[in-house]
Design a protein around this ligand. Structure first.
Ligand code: AMP
Length: 211
């Protein structure tokens, strides 16, 4: 099966993709993960894309298309894949179709912007052990201190309100047309992303016909 998972930042695409990947034994491709790895290893590609990723902007189409094409040609994707993060705009859909990259089903995790702002801007990470909290949904026992190691909690650069607003704007302007395109093709399944994690997972599995 060749699946595409779409949704705004913070909709839970990455987490749900990993679950589907394990359940169906289909490899997951996240262009965001690939770019973050390149940035943390300070590679040539990482240096080129850092500014875009840090500011919530889309990386230029030719650059990200190369990243995807290099990855998807690997043998392990021969029998299917779960694409997460690509295509993000109509031009990327065109590139994909020209290169013969096929999609059977699209899962759209539809989450309200209000919920997304709480999930992302509420996120705090321990500087020392990496434990993740959310000041609205899963706060630490003492404000701004890690429950596990008592070190300070910080907010990641790309979780800051202004960056999240940029990412949401990009989603609305560039990616909603992609969702409309697949909807017209009749292969899009909309999932209510404001529900809790388990409900979202169950709804996706139902659409995919797995228990
Ligand atoms: P994600 O984890 O999918 O939200 O991606 C993180 C960041 O990587 C995005 O904010 C973009 O800067 C960049 N990125 C990932 N996928 C793409 C894409 N298909 N086109 C352009 N930029 C992308």
């Amino acid at each position: 099966m060749r699946l595409l998972i779409v949704g705004a930042p913070g909709a839970g695409k990455g987490t749900q993709s990993k679950l589907i990947s394990e359940k169906l034994n289909i490899p997951h491709i996240s262009t965001g993960d690939i770019l973050r790895n390149e940035i943390s290893s300070n590679s040539e590609l990482g240096k080129k894309v850092k500014h875009f990723v840090d500011n919530g902007l889309l990386v230029p189409d030719d650059l990200i298309a190369d990243v995807l094409l290099n990855e998807i040609k690997k043998e392990k994707y021969r029998n299917g894949y779960i694409l997460d993060g690509f295509p993000r705009n109509i031009n990327q859909v065109k590139i994909m179709e020209e290169k013969g990259i096929l999609i059977d089903k699209v899962i759209f995790i539809d989450t309200s912007e209000e919920e997304i702002m709480k999930r992302i801007t509420g996120r705090r990470v321990c500087q020392n052990c990496g434990q993740v909290y959310n000041i609205y949904y899963n706060p630490p026992k003492t404000e701004n201190k890690c429950d596990k190691c008592s070190n300070n909690l910080v907010q990641r650069e790309d979780d800051k309100e202004e960056v999240v607003r940029n990412r949401l704007k990009t989603f609305r302007e560039a990616t909603i047309p992609v969702i409309d395109y697949y909807s017209k093709k009749g292969i899009l399944f909309r999932i209510n992303g404001d529900k809790n994690f388990d409900d979202i997972k169950n709804e996706i599995f139902e659409v995919l016909g797995v228990k």
